[in-house]
Ligand binder design. Structure first.
Ligand code: ZN
Length: 160
């Protein structure tokens, strides 16, 4: 069957940006994604639609179709004690921030000071062209409980 909204796809991907190092999902389990719920960046999701299990394909995304253009002046100073692992922080590292509304976002460590850490609120991939190689391993209908919850239930997912 073809990948479409409300199907569950299993995939592996390799991604590189502007000739930088390649990041691969192959170092761990493949990704399981319920399509149509904004779990993937839109450009990737659109490219997956219509493909079937066994397909491999390339997707090239401009920044506006991936993580957006970089915002200037997006550096914020955060007290160092907010980071239990401040010792390990390095400029350029991606960092997961917990937001007041309970959500999370990925930003980038800009500079680590003695009392504060400067965080660049841009996603590490902002402003970059991304080249994906996608291998679609499986496409199946979502079961009703998955559609209701808005996420994939794997064989190991406890009932909830
Ligand atoms: Zn669930």
């Amino acid at each position: 069957m073809k990948a479409a909204k409300d199907t569950v796809v299993t995939l592996h991907y390799d991604v590189s940006s502007d000739g930088g190092p390649t990041e691969s999902s192959r170092q761990s389990e493949p990704m399981h994604v319920l399509l149509g719920r904004g779990q993937l960046i839109e450009g990737i999701e659109n490219a997956i639609h219509g493909h079937e299990a066994g397909d491999t394909f390339k997707v090239e995304l401009a920044p506006e179709d991936a993580y957006g253009e970089r915002q200037e002046n997006a550096v914020q100073q955060v007290p160092r004690e907010s980071f239990p692992d401040a010792e390990q922080l390095q400029p350029g590292m991606p960092i997961m921030l917990s937001l007041k509304d309970g959500g999370q976002r990925v930003a980038t460590v800009h500079e680590v000071g003695t009392t504060t850490v400067d965080i660049d609120m841009n996603h590490p991939m902002a402003g970059k062209h991304l080249d994906f190689d996608v291998e679609l391993l499986e496409v199946r209908e979502a079961v009703p409980a998955e559609l209701e919850h808005g996420h994939v239930h794997g064989p190991d997912t406890p009932a909830h």
